[in-house]
Design a protein around this ligand. Structure first.
Ligand SMILES: [Zn+2]
Length: 334
């Protein structure tokens, strides 16, 4: 299986995030990548395709904001990384926002996702990595792995959040659609619900989104990922959420994943995108499932047995020492 990663993805390194009532060390670190690369034996540099495939998913005004925010923050005399503190809960009309704090609140869903001077570059290359893996699979590879970092599944068309700036799974799925795949499915097995991916494809019938994740009644992102969220309009029935309780082990996770795979099989996709997060591991510092390293091999084999051409994109996973082994176990199982 070909693997892709661009060293420029390492440049995004915020120092802190607002979490549980105070500033804590940023959990989504460049060291995560070092752990994975060491365990899987390296990866290839993706080509630079430009931003057309990114613009096919994200609003132009949001992309302009990601590029401009660090300078606006600096010009306002602020130290450190740009971070929002006020959010437009009620949007009665479009506003012509100029103040950096207003723009940050407009384009962010939380205060855990700082923007640094290098964020755009790292996110851009995370997107190129997803695209390279997609091109490999559309061209005939059985499967490919995109070591995306920053991750993507919390980012929507015009907002960042949950350590995510560009939605790499959505970029991969849309690129596959634009390359001729009529029907694309996304299986999201990160610990957290992929609210951004769900949002992007909410009213579309050509991309099926299925997610196995921690119950939003207890876990981030809180407001999305409930079982009764099924999509709307042309996308009615093309979203499937399977929330699980704290302490979930392999048997229950595997059963939920089988339910997701059955629904995807009924959809009959031409290509599958897997949003893979290893924050379901038993020792993850910010999560509460109990999968073991060996379990990832089982889960990946179940997905591979379905036979769909598959793009695997990296999402979360914060137990750095174990992360590489967990990713290697998943790729071996596939
Ligand atoms: Zn996660």
């Amino acid at each position: 299986m070909r693997r892709f990663f661009a060293p420029a993805q390492l440049t995004h390194a915020p120092t802190r995030e607002l979490h549980n009532g105070g500033f804590t060390a940023y959990a989504e670190t460049p060291e995560r990548v070092a752990s994975i690369l060491a365990a899987i034996g390296g990866a290839s540099q993706p080509a630079d395709e430009g931003d057309a495939a990114i613009r096919a998913v994200h609003d132009a005004s949001y992309l302009d904001f990601l590029r401009a925010a660090p300078a606006l923050w600096r010009d306002a005399g602020r130290p450190g990384d740009a971070i929002p503190y006020a959010f437009p809960i009620v949007r009665r009309r479009a506003l012509d926002l100029t103040r950096v704090d207003a723009l940050l609140g407009r384009h962010a869903m939380d205060a855990t996702t700082p923007i640094t001077a290098d964020t755009w570059t790292a996110a851009y290359w995370s997107g190129q990595t997803a695209l390279a893996a997609t091109r490999a699979v559309v061209s005939g590879d059985r499967a490919a792995f995109a070591l995306c970092r920053p991750p993507g599944h919390h980012a929507g068309a015009d907002y960042c959040g949950g350590y995510c700036h560009l939605n790499v799974a959505a970029i991969a799925a849309q690129a596959a659609r634009d390359a001729g795949c009529a029907r694309v499915a996304i299986l999201d097995i990160d610990y957290h619900h992929g609210n951004g991916t769900q949002d992007i494809f909410w009213d579309r019938g050509d991309v099926f989104y299925a997610s196995v994740h921690a119950d939003p009644a207890t876990d981030y992102p809180f407001f999305w990922g409930h079982a009764d969220e099924r999509g709307e309009g042309a996308g009615a029935g093309a979203t499937l959420n399977l929330p699980l309780p704290h302490g979930t082990r392999l048997d229950a996770f595997r059963t939920a994943q089988a339910t997701a795979l059955s629904a995807i099989a009924a959809f009959a996709p031409d290509l599958l995108v897997v949003s893979f997060g290893a924050d379901t591991w038993e020792g993850d510092p910010i999560s509460h499932f109990a999968l073991t390293t060996a379990d990832y091999r089982v889960l990946a084999a179940d997905i591979a047995a379905c036979g769909w051409p598959t793009v695997i994109v990296m999402e979360g996973g914060y137990a750095i020492d174990a992360l590489g082994h967990n990713v290697a176990s998943f790729l071996a199982g596939f």
